[in-house]
Ligand binder design. Structure first.
Ligand code: FES
Ligand code: FES
Length: 152
């Protein structure tokens, strides 16, 4: 039987072929990762596996067996929002909010790879995330804010 660590909690995953996004949302009740396109194109379902972004809609549970998974629910610690979450709040980057967990997880993954990303690196990392409300300018400002705070 496969074992997954999700937000530091071990889970036995009974069906390797189960879609990962469905498993997280319906079996574990972690509804932060969203279903958007279901085809890997919008980024709404993005989570981290071993610190790097992954589209959960396109993945099976078996494919990430043994991995360390983080969903948006696992970012805050000791009652405090993660710095990326704080920056999104500070820049009022959310409108409806549907896309935002994916953007935040994509940003955390970027900062795990590159502590001080350039504007081009930010745009490249988030290029395949879509926001139907069109808050891209504020989202970019939020990512730049957290990147510049990390540089201090
Ligand atoms: S729902 Fe997974 S990329 Fe759109
Ligand atoms: S804030 Fe509504 S889809 Fe992005």
């Amino acid at each position: 039987m496969d074992t997954l660590t999700v937000n530091e909690q071990p889970h036995e995953a009974p069906r390797p072929q189960r879609n990962l996004l469905s498993y997280l949302r319906f079996d574990l009740g972690l509804t932060g990762a969203k279903y958007g396109c279901g085809e890997g194109l919008c980024g709404a379902c993005t989570i981290l596996v071993d610190g790097q972004p992954l589209r959960a809609c396109m993945t099976t549970v078996g494919a990430v067996a043994g991995g360390r998974l983080t969903t948006i629910e696992g970012l805050a610690s000791d009652g405090a929002l993660h710095p990326v979450q704080q920056a999104f709040v500070a820049e009022q980057a959310m409108q409806c909010g549907y896309c935002i967990p994916g953007f935040i997880m994509g940003t955390v993954g970027l900062l795990n790879r590159e502590q001080h990303p350039s504007r081009e690196q930010i745009r490249e990392a988030l290029a395949e995330h879509m926001c139907r409300c069109g808050t891209y300018v504020r989202i970019e400002r939020a990512v730049q804010r957290v990147a510049s705070e990390a540089a201090r």
